[in-house]
Each structure stands twice: as structure tokens, then as C-alpha cells.
Design a protein around this ligand. Structure first.
Ligand SMILES: [Zn+2]
Length: 170
């Protein structure tokens, strides 16, 4: 009789339903990755747009998204990347960025390939000023194992709350 020795790799995944998505996450791996970071992208940059984003972190994410991130093991204060797009005519500043978690997802992929190459994002509104999307990518990730990551893309519109003199109005 043959005996099989199977090396068990201990993974603990949870499936979370959020809107029309099913997100499967290894929360332990995800939480460890965020715990190992000392700050988010905004704090590691010196520009005024990032300073304004950093000052607004509690307002950037709707409560339901903070709740989702908590379930996924993501620290919302430690975004992987954030960019400032523009100041809108209504005075709000439009930002976009992303996070990662270890796992996979079922449901709409926000990646829209472009004929000229590259892609654009088709995000789903959560509130008037915040939208979200999911795709498989690992851009700039701090995760030690860069395989099997879901990239959460977001866009947020927030006020300028730091020194008005630093705001670029174009
Ligand atoms: Zn910056």
C-alpha cells in the first residue's frame, strides 16, 4: 500500500460578500503585510497634494469601505499609492489610488483594456464622492509574495483642508 505524504500549507481564507462581488481573502497574510508598513504613500511624499490627502484620511473612505477594509485586513491609512488628478470646479480635489489584499475575487473587473495599449478603470460608485473597483494586479506592492494579489482601485473627491496658500487652483 502506498502512503502519500502531503505537505499541508496552512492558509486561512474567508469569503466576504460586498455589493455584487465575492472577495476571498487570506486575512492573516494581508494584515501582516499592512502591519509591516510604517506609513502610507501620502506620508512618504512631500508634496502638498499628498499632505492634504494625508490630513483627510478619515474622510476619504466611506464607513462601509472602512468596514470592508477591516474585514479584509487592510489598514486604510496605508494606501499603496495615491495620485492627485485635479481640483474640480466645485472646489473638491479628485484623487485616485490603490491597495492590495491576498486573495481573489468574483464579480466585475474594473480593468478596461484600451486598443492603443494599457487600460483605463471603470469604477463603481459607493457614494457621490467615492468609487471602488477590483482587479488582479500587484503594482508597487509591499507584499513579500507578489503573486495572487487583488488590487483595490479607488477614486475620492475631498476638500482642501490644509493651508489654503498651498492649494493649486488651475
Ligand atoms: Zn505627493
Amino acid at each position: 500500500m502506498h502512503q502519500r505524504c502531503v505537505m499541508a500549507i496552512w492558509t486561512m481564507t474567508t469569503t466576504i460578500k460586498y455589493k455584487d462581488w465575492n472577495l476571498t481573502v487570506d486575512k492573516g497574510v494581508t494584515r501582516n503585510a499592512y502591519n509591516s508598513l510604517t506609513m502610507g504613500s501620502a506620508e512618504s511624499c512631500d508634496c502638498n497634494d499628498c499632505k492634504n490627502f494625508a490630513a483627510n484620511k478619515d474622510n476619504v473612505y466611506p464607513d462601509e469601505v472602512k468596514g470592508l477594509f477591516n474585514q479584509l485586513g487592510i489598514d486604510y491609512k496605508k494606501e499603496t499609492e495615491v495620485s492627485h488628478y485635479c481640483r474640480q470646479t466645485d472646489g473638491l480635489h479628485h484623487y485616485g489610488g490603490w491597495f492590495h489584499f491576498k486573495g481573489q475575487f468574483k464579480g466585475k473587473d474594473c480593468t478596461v483594456p484600451l486598443q492603443v495599449g494599457g487600460h483605463k478603470l471603470d469604477l463603481t460608485p459607493v457614494t457621490e464622492n467615492f468609487s471602488i473597483g477590483f482587479r488582479i494586479a500587484n503594482s508597487l506592492t509591499a507584499f513579500a509574495d507578489k503573486e495572487g494579489l487583488v488590487q483595490i482601485e479607488f477614486e475620492s473627491k475631498i476638500p482642501w483642508t490644509i493651508d489654503k496658500g498651498l492649494e493649486v487652483i488651475d
